[in-house]
Write a protein that binds this ligand. Sequence first.
Ligand SMILES: [Zn+2]
Length: 308
Amino acid sequence: MDNKKRGFGSFFVFFALGLLASWVLYTYRTNLFKAPCEEPIRYRIGQFDPRFKIPSSELQKAINKAIKLWSEPIGKDLFTYGSTGRSVTVNLIYDERQENTHTSNELVQNINNAKKLASLAKEKMMQAKSEYTARSSEYETALKKFQRDQENYNAEVDRVNNNGGATPDEYEKLNEQKAVLTAEYNAVEKLREGINSLAEQINALTQNYNSLAMNINKEVDNVNRTYGEKFNEGEYISDITGESINIYEFSSEKKLERVIAHELGHALGLDHNDDPESIMYELNSGPDLVLTKEDIASLQAICKKADE
Ligand SMILES: [Zn+2]
């Protein structure tokens, strides 16, 4: 978002070319800053790198929106398509900046996927836990019943033995009771085994959930490392070879519109202001394509100056 990229290079050229050249440049620049609100600045699209993966119509649409944004408060078009007279070339230049942004978008996608997996894992874990609670109480009830039946059976066996032994009928009945008791015991054991294996499943699910949660943290760290560096998304350059707007990076349609609007603002002669929501703030930090009071005030000041 650099403003004037005119440094020692062009300053040196001044001296090399001598007085005449600097007079020509002076006249040229004076005209530049008188013109904006009187007649529209022409623009054309120059480099357009397909690696941005957007159709050129989207760039055109973003430019149109940015132009409308600046033109509306003044009530007339401040830019128009064309290349005669004063004209600005808009370039979409692909380098590691946009590459980083694509990577970041992928990383954000990874985080969202990791979150989905973790939340599914958590749901499974919670289901298993509530099943565990339900089956535990089922087991407790079955165990108590078994213990009661066992006591009854033992009491019956004691009674029969105290009476001098079992009659054939009693013997058969006790055998039936014993068979029922054994079946009951097996059922209780099965419930216990089921609960134990459920507990093991819960442990595995918990471990799985924890490692997925750790994955999320790792992915978030990745994004922070990639996003950590601040870089210029675009720049407006005005020198003796002409004027151009170079766009290097945008993470969304809205950001593209905002960075174009910002650089068009520089083309109009606007400087940065201090409201972080502003189009003319030094960073592309605001969410919407809307001019702030500061933006409008400096636009009106520039157009007023042009009227004088
Ligand atoms: Zn800037």
